[in-house]
Design a protein around this ligand. Structure first.
Ligand code: PLP
Length: 373
């Protein structure tokens, strides 16, 4: 056959990956696949998101996993399982943006929204009989309250067999808690947090053992274009390899840092979750504390942050470097004052995330910052 022009040749050149044998999966940045490929089109599926999903599914012990652009996308796609005029129940203590999303979504679709404190037996006893979906975090953001997934699921399904129990498992991680084993229908994550661990990529994951739910969510992801990008999936898959190591260290450091903080006279209360050893077997590196009332500084948080040298003040958390934040103006800033007050969030509530720095350096930094208040 006659040789093609240089332009056609240039367009057609393609390195054969099969023959290349890379040691790790490369980034499949392509949007299109040949018609013989099972991936079809990157908005539907891609080897990098598929590999990340497979890795998370193994950790969780789940049948199906779906990677999406952010944690909020994961929640939004799951909410898409609801129909107008149905009934959604959420837990009282929840991430501020999730709370706002539920409010807005329910208002638009005329879905009835009920808010209960599911960390108490009284709250669980009040679960309405006609619930279609229950969404909660355990441990919760903020205050790290824990919720018995099995009890919520049993109670909800005793009156409404099709009620979907959804757990935002971001802060426990699949290493320390597997919601699907305790009766949840869906477990979801902000992969931006511990899965990434380095504050350099956003992502979300949804897991289920139910094939119909998985298929419905997969279609929703395809039609809305919510799939994780190949590069983000590649980064997250890479980070996941050190998740067990990082979580072990976060746990070790945080337990010792809590012992250290218990002796600090400027602290009124420390919040650390209850580890029951059955539903949740360990915990990572995010805690909360409240300042005592009687402090000289007018706004102790501002003074505290200004004095700290090793704690970053960015929006990130659950990463290799330590962070400090105030839920009032950070994670729950989108809620109005009355809503924050209802949740018990004051300006004196502080979130600390311990990274992988040397513990003695962190203690020294905190001690000098508290001494200035
Ligand atoms: N769920 C929890 C518990 C969170 O703390 C956050 C964010 O802070 C999200 C969901 C939202 O995740 P993303 O920021 O990846 O959208």
């Amino acid at each position: 056959m006659e040789k093609n022009s240089p332009i056609t040749q240039m367009l057609k050149i393609k390195t054969c990956i099969d023959g290349g044998d890379p040691s790790v999966t490369p980034i499949f940045q392509n949007s299109a696949f040949e018609s013989s490929s099972p991936y079809f089109y990157t908005r539907k599926d891609n080897p990098n998101s598929a590999e990340f999903e497979a890795a998370v599914a193994i950790l969780e012990g789940a049948e199906y996993a779906l990677a999406v652009t952010t944690g909020m996308t994961a929640i939004t796609i799951v909410l898409g399982l609801l129909r107008p005029h149905q009934h959604l129940l959420i837990n009282k203590y929840i991430y501020g943006c999730s709370y706002k999303l539920f409010q807005r979504f329910c208002e638009k679709l005329k879905i009835k929204l009920t808010v209960l404190d599911l960390s108490t037996p009284e709250g669980i006893a009040q679960i309405p009989a006609d619930c279609d979906m229950i969404v909660f975090e355990t441990p919760t953001n903020p205050f790290l309250k824990t919720i018995n997934i099995q009890e919520v699921a049993s109670r909800a399904k005793s009156t409404s067999a099709n009620c979907l129990v959804v757990v935002d498992n971001t802060w426990a991680t699949p290493l320390f808690q597997k919601p699907l084993e305790h009766g949840a229908d869906i477990s979801l994550y902000s992969a931006t947090k511990y899965f990434s661990g380095h504050s350099d990529v956003m992502g979300g994951v949804i897991l289920t053992n139910n094939p119909e739910i998985a298929e419905s969510l997969r279609q929703e992801r395809f039609y809305t274009g919510a799939i994780l990008s190949p590069f983000s999936a590649w980064l997250l898959r890479r980070s996941l390899q050190t998740l067990p190591l990082r979580m072990r260290e976060h746990h070790r450091v945080t337990v010792e840092m809590c012992d250290f903080l218990k002796e600090v006279r400027q602290i009124k209360k420390i919040y650390y979750p209850h580890i029951d050893g059955k539903q949740m077997t360990s915990y990572g590196g995010i805690i909360f504390f409240e300042f005592v009332e009687a402090l000289a500084a007018e706004d102790p948080y501002v003074k505290f942050c200004d004095s700290l040298q090793l704690f970053g003040t960015g929006t990130g958390m659950a990463c290799v470097t330590s962070m400090v934040a105030r839920p009032y103006t950070g994670s729950h800033a989108s809620m109005d004052d009355a809503e924050k007050a209802q949740m018990g969030i004051t300006k004196k509530l502080v979130r600390l995330c311990f990274g992988l720095e040397e513990m003695e350096d962190l203690k020294k930094d905190l001690a000098q910052a508290f001494a200035k208040l």
